[in-house]
Write a protein that binds this ligand. Structure first.
Ligand code: PEP
Length: 248
């Protein structure tokens, strides 16, 4: 994995209430001492104050699950990068497949969100991944190249890429370590073509899609797998800690 520090991110999606988030942080924070991996959690927006209070002083960071491309304005229901930064966020998820599919977010909008994150000092985790139909149709590399190509120029140096095959998200149908490594290696070659070899070598590429404590170690063995974006299993502090612990 070269000298890239592993990054393990938890995407809580639309789960947990304030007291549950606070309890989660009380369990997670002490479990992080001495861990090799960098850790970030992505709670839904109303939970950010509880997470900020619960993780302050711990090695973990927190971020927004989405942001609007503009910094302020008449956008009911949206949250800006400025507001995320104001809530202590240092990360933002961009282009998660549930945003792409539930909200019809096209590549250009994802790129605008990446630019907004960068303006506010938020490191984006940019999600890319093919659907099951796209994989079956042999279109995986075309889809990944298109999604990455749309955002790479907008991405600040601190960004991380997440390979999240849509067919593996929340399905229990995890990619095999070989399938994940093949896609990660492809994405790193694409990064090199788009941003140069040095940035490609420095950029962390996370795997996401039904990662569990039981499969994290074998996935982490891939040379281009630099950590995880964990959904369901990140809701259990013990399971999430166990995944983090795969890296020592
Ligand atoms: C995700 O939400 O990014 C994700 C990978 O979910 P899960 O781990 O539940 O598949």
């Amino acid at each position: 994995m070269a000298d890239r520090r592993p990054l393990v991110a938890g995407n809580w999606k639309m789960h947990l209430l304030t007291a549950e988030a606070a309890a989660f942080c009380r369990r997670l924070a002490p479990a992080l001492a001495g861990r090799a991996a960098e850790v970030v959690v992505f709670p839904s927006f109303p939970l950010l104050p509880a997470v900020a209070a619960g993780l302050a002083g711990s090695p973990a960071a927190w971020g927004g699950q989405d942001l609007h491309p503009e910094d302020a304005g008449a956008h009911t229901g949206d949250v800006s990068g400025a507001q995320l930064a104001d809530a202590g966020c240092t990360w933002a998820l961009c282009g998660h497949s549930e945003r792409r599919h539930d909200h019809g977010e096209p590549d250009e909008l994802v790129a605008a969100k990446v630019r907004a994150a960068a303006r506010h000092g938020l490191a984006p985790v940019v999600c890319v991944g093919e659907t099951r139909d796209e994989r079956r149709a042999g279109a995986t590399w075309e889809v990944l190249a298109r999604q990455l190509g749309a955002v790479a120029g907008a991405a600040p140096p601190a960004f991380a890429l997440a390979y999240e095959p849509v067919w593996a998200i929340g399905t229990g149908d995890t990619a095999t370590p070989e399938t994940a490594q093949e896609a990660h290696a492809f994405l790193r070659r694409e990064l090199a073509a788009l941003l140069g070899a040095e940035r490609a070598a420095a950029t962390r590429i996370l795997y996401g899609g039904s990662v569990k404590p039981a499969n994290a170690a074998e996935l982490a063995a891939g040379a281009d797998v630099d950590g995880f974006l964990v959904g369901g299993a990140s809701l259990d502090p013990q399971g999430f800690s166990d995944i983090i612990g795969v890296y020592g």
